[in-house]
Design a protein around this ligand. Structure first.
Ligand code: FES
Length: 189
């Protein structure tokens, strides 16, 4: 295992204390327990999973702390975090939009919905708008194929949706606080 020179002190307890400002104690202890293990990369993935589960995403401060504690170069940590799509490097938006790309939705035009959302929001999958309002994801079948093509905003499914209806749906969330988000699907027929 390669050792980096990021730790500026020989006192390991000081390093741990410093990293506790960025990571919860259970994760710090987990990394400490597995430091120097043979399977560094799979351990790193497990560590990043824990960090993302706790914070909802992998922030720079957290990745720095992981690199220091696990004694892995920061470039390696960020490389793994960016390589695997399941890791998010930004916090989630107030509303999470998921475009169903399952077969039924795909053949009924999910790609057009996807493109419209990207155009309207100015982001790609896995990203969050600058104002923190929306995050965009895609998913496999949402289990409502009869309504294809569908999108889901938070826990609300909309379908069938046309590209022009995307604007109407987004406006509802922009105008209303989360608690008052629309209850009924827009265009269920
Ligand atoms: S394929 Fe989209 S809901 Fe099933």
């Amino acid at each position: 295992m390669s050792h980096c020179c990021q730790v500026s002190t020989d006192n390991w307890e000081d390093v741990k204390a410093k990293c506790l400002t960025a990571l919860p104690e259970d994760i710090v202890n987990y990394i400490d327990d597995h430091k120097g293990d043979e399977h560094a990369e799979s351990n790193l993935i497990a560590i990043l999973h824990r960090v993302q589960r706790h914070f909802g995403y992998l922030g720079q401060e957290q990745m720095n702390a992981v690199a220091q504690l696990a004694q892995i170069p920061l470039a390696k940590v960020t490389g793994v975090a960016t390589f695997y799509h399941l890791f998010r490097l930004q916090p989630r938006g107030k509303h999470v939009i998921s475009v169903c790309m399952g077969t039924a939705c795909y053949v009924k035009g999910a790609e057009k919905l996807s493109q419209r959302l990207m155009d309207e929001l100015g982001i790609h999958y896995g990203e969050t708008t600058k104002d923190g309002m929306f995050s965009l994801d895609n998913s496999r079948c949402l289990g409502t194929c009869g309504l294809a093509p569908v999108i889901m905003v938070d826990d609300q499914v909309y379908g069938p949706v046309t590209p022009s209806e995307i604007t109407i749906i987004l406006e509802k969330y922009i105008k209303q606080p989360r608690a008052a988000a629309p209850k009924a699907a827009l265009a269920v027929q």
